[in-house]
Design a protein around this ligand. Structure first.
Ligand code: SAH
Length: 223
């Protein structure tokens, strides 16, 4: 698991400045801050917006979709990272719903052993795949599909991260969460809140984290 940053001294500095800003906003896990500092976010946004790539804001990526705000990416990652690294050395697998630009995927790939990511818009998935390959992040499998269904034959997952908002938590995602696993998901239509769900045998503990704004998790037809 490495990330090729040698080409961009400038982007490395910008990534570091962004990580320091996130630390000042309350992100504390070193692994997460290091992954943000290492990741050339300008390669995940349209070229015309590259000058805004290291601002702490969401940006449009085409097809009516957005690359998430770095603070939210870091916060969501931090909340599920505790789900990994157990003592038994099992492979820590994370499932991401909504690949989008692939930026969140690139952060996860630096922290988890294996990342599975699902996107319903083919052209976004294709671009994200190319970006991750160019960054030498090879521990990622991507699928063009409907995230509501999850990816049952690759589960159960130590962590699940959903980066688009459903009106209710998809039951199939709950089923694919491993014992002790954690899922972070924005829920709601107009008013959305970020929920952290922890699986304890067949109980699901739920915690509300903060108000957020995501694009909707769209059901049905792939494009
Ligand atoms: N993590 C991404 C966020 C992209 S926005 C990033 O930082 O770039 C959310 C993404 O979820 C969009 O690309 C959208 O196409 C995708 N999406 C929406 N509904 C989906 C569904 N049912 N299945 C899979 N992907 C979906």
């Amino acid at each position: 698991m490495s990330i090729a940053t040698s080409k961009g001294g400038k982007s490395q500095r910008s990534g570091l400045i962004l990580a320091k800003q996130l630390q000042a906003s309350g992100i504390s896990q070193t692994k997460v801050l290091a992954a943000i500092a290492n990741c050339p976010r300008h390669l995940f946004v349209p070229e015309i917006l590259a000058h805004k790539a290291y601002d702490n804001t969401a940006l449009p990526i085409g097809q009516g979709q957005t690359i998430s705000q770095p603070y939210i990416v870091a916060r969501m990652t931090e909340l599920i990272t505790g789900a990994g690294n157990d003592a038994n050395n099992a492979c820590d697998k994370v499932l991401e719903i909504g690949t989008g630009s692939g930026y969140q995927t690139a952060i996860l790939a630096q922290i988890f052993d294996k990342v599975y990511s699902i996107e319903r818009i083919k052209s976004l998935q294709w671009q994200a795949k190319r970006r991750l390959r160019n960054l030498d992040l090879h521990n990622v499998s991507m699928k063009h599909g409907d995230g509501w269904k999850g990816w049952a034959n690759k589960g159960p997952f130590k962590a699940i991260i959903v980066t688009a908002a459903p009106s209710e938590i998809p039951p199939q995602l709950l089923e694919q969460l491993d014992e002790g696993g954690k899922m972070i998901i924005p829920v709601g239509d107009h008013q959305q809140t970020l929920r952290l769900i922890t699986r304890k045998t067949n109980n699901f503990e739920q915690q509300t984290i903060e108000a957020v704004r995501f694009v909707p998790l769209v059901p049905g037809e792939l494009i």
